[in-house]
Each structure stands twice: as C-alpha cells, then as structure tokens.
Design a protein around this ligand. Structure first.
Ligand SMILES: Nc1ncnc2c1ncn2[C@@H]1O[C@H](COP(=O)(O)OP(=O)(O)OP(=O)(O)O)[C@@H](O)[C@H]1O
Length: 281
C-alpha cells in the first residue's frame, strides 16, 4: 500500500498589495496540498496571481496571512529543499559560467567537491547534455539551455521542484521534447513537481492533478485528477478520451473563471486545506 504524505501545504494564503489606488487583494485564502511524489499543475486566467503564489512558496514574498509549509516546516525564507525552474532560461543561467559550473553553482558551500562532480555529471546525463559541460550557455539552443536549468534543479536533489511556465519560450517541438524529459526525470528521481502553466493541454498531459484558479482575488476553484495512463505519450495520450474530456473540463473552468467574490451561493470555494472534494464543476 502506498501512503500519501503531504509535502507542500498551503493554507488560507492571502496576499494584498498596497498600491497608490489602495489595497489590491490578489490571493484570497488559497489552500492547496501537493503530496510527495505527485506531479501537480496550476492553471488559471492571466493575472490571477500565479507569480505571487510562487513567490510566496519560494519564500521570496511574505504573504499578508496564511501559511505555507514544506515537509512540515513553515516557509519563511527561501527553503533549502526547493529548486525552481523559470520561463526565462536566459536570465536564470550565468552567461560567464560554463554549463557544468552553472549546474554546480547552487551546490557550492553545501556539498563536498567529489559529490558535486558526481551530481553535475549525473544531472547532465539525465537531461542528455553530458557532452556539453564545457560549453557556455549562450553556445546552446534555447531548449538546451532550459535542459541545463533542469539539470541544475536536479543536482540540488530538491524535495520539491517548482516550475514556472518553463516551456513557454521554446518552439512546439522542443516543448514536447522537454515535457517528456521532465516526465523521465520525475520518474528517475521520484520527484515531486509543482508546475505552473497557461497551457491546459500541457497541464493535463504532464500531471496527476490539475488545480484551477479563479480570477483575482484568487482562490482554488477545482482540484481535478487526471486518470490518464502512464507512461504518457505525446500522440496516444492526447488522443485518449480521458485527455479530451479532462482538458475540456479544465478549459471551461478557466474560461468561466470569475473573481472569488462573484461565485454564487452553493459554489463552495475552499478557504482552508480541509477540502476533500473538487468544487465548481
Ligand atoms: N508588487 C506589486 N504591487 C502591486 N500589484 C502587483 C504587484 N505584483 C503583482 N501585482 C498585481 O497582482 C496581480 C497578480 O499578479 P501576478 O504577477 O502574481 O499574476 P500572474 O498570474 O503571474 O500573471 P500572468 O498570468 O500575467 O503571468 C496583477 O493584477 C498584478 O498587476
């Protein structure tokens, strides 16, 4: 029997930006859980506060209220067990460091030299870039640079990998390749991944569960399981009726998304982590 263990717990997260026009409530009591070993995606309308949420999860923003914990520890600063992969690989790799040195960078001062060498080699192998350790990032294609960013995250052996629209800046073929690469890496390292994307199809293809967000002020509107067989396959999985029905269900949720306060009575919106059933179908 496999045990479900909550790794990331977000409870009643609320964030209000102070602006010249007054208070701007972005997150309005958002609660979610990611269990160890899960691949969970977050989708939502543009401007719903995904970046604000990710900044709170990575300890870069102190929310107005609510809590975030990773493996039972409250997140107050940048947590050790977390690695992030961003959309903008150009801005996230050091252009003056070679690929190997980029992957090694977050390990400096944390891990001994031999272990660092092993992890760099192994992580680059996992993303198929073992022959590129001596190149500079700008000598690689965009897709390869994003693979370096993924290798750097793997090398950290994170408890949780947060991915913020990581494939939004690459062409369609590279995107499919990177999606499959992330699924392989997940399998290889038994990773827990929280993946933010605008792309409903991508969220369904990759995930065990998809969390849909309302418009801002933002709450969770649905927690949708994706009962699509694994391993996933770019052609067969996308033709599967489960894929087609799940994607249209989530696409509807995004299209009909409203700010939290505008959902009518009976459309229960969870404000604590004690929700068990999907809502707002
Ligand atoms: N520092 C800030 N001060 C005031 N308002 C902010 C600040 N940062 C973000 N906002 C506002 O909060 C809302 C949510 O922004 P956020 O960037 O978190 O959304 P998002 O879902 O990541 O957006 P997108 O889908 O466009 O990437 C937006 O209306 C934005 O204008």
């Amino acid at each position: 029997m496999t045990m479900t263990e909550a790794l990331l717990v977000v409870d009643g997260l609320r964030h209000v930006y102070q602006t010249e026009e007054g208070e701007h409530v972005v997150l309005d009591g958002l609660s979610l859980t990611v269990n160890r070993g899960e691949f969970v995606s977050i989708v939502g309308p543009s401007g719903c506060g995904k970046t604000t949420l990710l900044r709170a999860l990575s300890g870069l923003l102190k929310p107005t209220s609510g809590t975030v914990s990773l493996a039972g520890e409250a997140i107050n600063g940048v947590p050790k067990g977390l690695a992030m992969v961003f959309q903008d690989y150009r801005g996230s790799l050091f252009p003056w460091r070679k690929v190997g040195a980029n992957v090694e960078f977050p390990l400096l001062g944390r891990v001994g030299a031999e272990e660092r060498r092993n992890r760099v080699r192994e992580s680059l192998e996992a993303v198929g870039l073992e022959n590129f350790a001596g190149r500079y990032p700008w000598q690689l294609s965009g897709g390869m640079q994003q693979r370096v960013a993924i290798a750097r995250a793997i090398a950290m052996r994170p408890q949780l990998m947060l991915m913020d629209e990581p494939f939004a800046s690459v062409d369609a073929q590279t995107r499919s390749d990177l999606e499959d690469l992330v699924l392989r890496v997940r399998e290889l390292y038994d990773m827990t991944i929280l993946f933010v994307t605008h792309d409903v199809d991508e969220s369904v293809y990759l995930s065990d569960r998809v969390l849909s967000l309302s418009k801002s002020p933002t709450v969770l509107t649905a927690d949708t399981a994706v009962p699509l067989p694994v391993p996933r396959d770019q052609i067969r999985s996308r033709e599967n009726p489960v894929f087609v029905s799940t994607r249209s269900e989530i696409a509807q949720l995004i299209r009909r998304a409203k700010p939290a306060g505008l959902y009518g009575p009976g459309e229960a919106i969870p404000t604590t982590s004690n929700f068990a059933v999907p809502v707002l179908r």
